[in-house]
Write a protein that binds this ligand. Sequence first.
Ligand SMILES: [Zn+2]
Length: 281
Amino acid sequence: MSAPSHRNALTVDVEDYFQVSAFAPYIARSEWPSHECRVERNVDRILEMFDEHTTKATFFTLGWIAERYPALIRRIAAAGHEIASHGYGHQRVSEQTPESFFADINVAKLLLEDLAGCEVRGYRAPSFSIGENNLWAFECLERAGYRYSSSVYPIHHDHYGMPDAPRHAHRVGQGQLIEIPPTTLRAFNRNWPASGGGYFRLLPYPLSRWMIRRINTVDRLVAVFYFHPWEIDADQPRIPGINAKTRFRHYVNIDSMEQRLCRLLADFSWGRMDDLFLGNA
Ligand SMILES: [Zn+2]
């Protein structure tokens, strides 16, 4: 099939393997510095892959990572990608107060802007943790000067999701902010995740490709795809003692992820969130 004319949004959530929310019960925040960091080599590999496919993307980056790897943030920005924010400390919004949340997103924005040398306009909540119980978060994001969020997953999931939220980009908060949800496919009267993460590693690649094509051609929506640097790192240290479900979700098909991503980069045309959704505004 020839290259499609639709351009979709490619996003990377820049965090290390020991920071994922599912590991939070096993790894205390205070222990993070004692784990081997692998984010730098993984992001450098991603930058190479994007360069090979002449692809630009948005990197939702943790302030914690930016503080420790400032040169990495500068390399991402210098390669023409968008630096956006994943907050500072990867605490779910659902576990924060409006005050602690504002402090977290504000410090991350200032840190990232200082390194990237330009305005940081986008935010993605850790584990898509904005939902019907904490919509106050949108007003905090507006107050901190963000322009868009990609934080509400309109699906049923055991840890996150707001199944009735719109599937397309829409205005939220006081109207200054746009929520751009990760992509879902509407079928059998419900929304199905179609935008990355463990689902992308689990499902046969042709099914993921079919879903994105269908979203482009039938729904006429721009797809928003996401993955993490640790997902291409088959040699990452294994976390001991985790339960079977968490282990499966984190490690399933991790050794074939890079190959899958290369197919995805070749089969679709990709761009930055700000280019696709904010224009030159
Ligand atoms: Zn995250």
